[in-house]
Design a protein around this ligand. Structure first.
Ligand SMILES: CC(C)(COP(=O)(O)OP(=O)(O)OC[C@H]1O[C@@H](n2cnc3c(N)ncnc32)[C@H](O)[C@@H]1OP(=O)(O)O)[C@@H](O)C(=O)NCCC(=O)NCCS
Length: 214
């Protein structure tokens, strides 16, 4: 299945998701890569990573962009040459991008119980409202928080930004599909809205800048 979803999430801002079911050759059909990207793909040991790269370019093509429109800052953040914002994520069978007029961050993660054992690496204030006794919901919320913090990180892209110290995901319910995350870092002191959903054993979250930051 190629394009899984293409939806307008805000004026001038598109969320696109690809579910990778193609062979490498099928994914590469009609995709033109710049030399740097070809070299990057050649260095990838895993076919899954090569497929992820190609599927992201297929998503970009859906809205009229190609690999030649894409470049990366020294921090690794992707940009489009015409000034439009882009954020990229991929995990196993899924890849997703948000392309639009607002600065944005997106993340998708496979739902794994392992998140429980690493929770103390990225959670701190949230422990006040998380309930480990309700194990399934605990795990699902941990993954949402992880995705939200990765998405916020990608939007702001500051090297010293700590998931534990600088980003606080406010209490939320799984049925809410949206929530708030506070970021206090340097000149940034702001609460961002985030959105999340669960798709076929994966969790996807994204945030949009509504303060002109970043
Ligand atoms: C760079 C980072 C954001 C990538 O996220 P990830 O979940 O590992 O991987 P994803 O597939 O979701 O995202 C990868 C994409 O992020 C984008 N990216 C990389 N660095 C970025 C940055 N500084 N800002 C914005 N986007 C970035 C790239 O487009 C990359 O895809 P591409 O190389 O194919 O174009 C992540 O590894 C990271 O450094 N996180 C912050 C560090 C941290 O504190 N982690 C604590 C975890 S407990």
């Amino acid at each position: 299945m190629p394009l899984y979803r293409s939806v307008t999430i805000a004026p001038g801002t598109q969320l696109l998701i690809w579910k990778i079911a193609e062979t490498l050759e099928e994914l590469a059909e009609g995709v033109h890569l710049n030399n740097g990207c070809v070299a990057k793909m050649d260095k990838m040991k895993s076919e899954q990573h090569r497929k992820a790269l190609l599927s992201v370019r297929r998503l970009m093509q859906e809205v009229g962009y190609s690999d030649f429109d894409l470049y990366y800052g020294p921090d690794g953040k992707p940009h489009l040459k015409d000034g439009t914002n882009i954020s990229i994520t991929h995990s196993y069978a899924f890849s997703a991008v948000i392309i639009g007029i607002r600065n944005t961050g997106i993340d998708i993660e496979l739902q794994r119980e392992k998140v429980i054992t690493i929770a103390d690496k990225f959670i701190e204030p949230e422990f006040a409202y998380l309930d480990p006794l309700h194990l399934e919901e605990y795990m699902r919320k941990l993954i949402v928080i992880w995705c939200v913090k990765e998405a916020v990180y990608k939007m702001i892209s500051r090297k010293q930004l700590s998931f534990k110290q600088h980003i606080a995901v406010h209490p939320f319910e799984m049925k809410d599909i949206t929530g708030k995350a506070g970021v206090t870092f340097g000149e940034i002191d702001y609460v961002y809205s985030f959105y999340f959903e669960e798709i076929e054993g994966f969790t996807l979250a994204y945030c949009l800048d509504n303060n002109g930051n970043g």
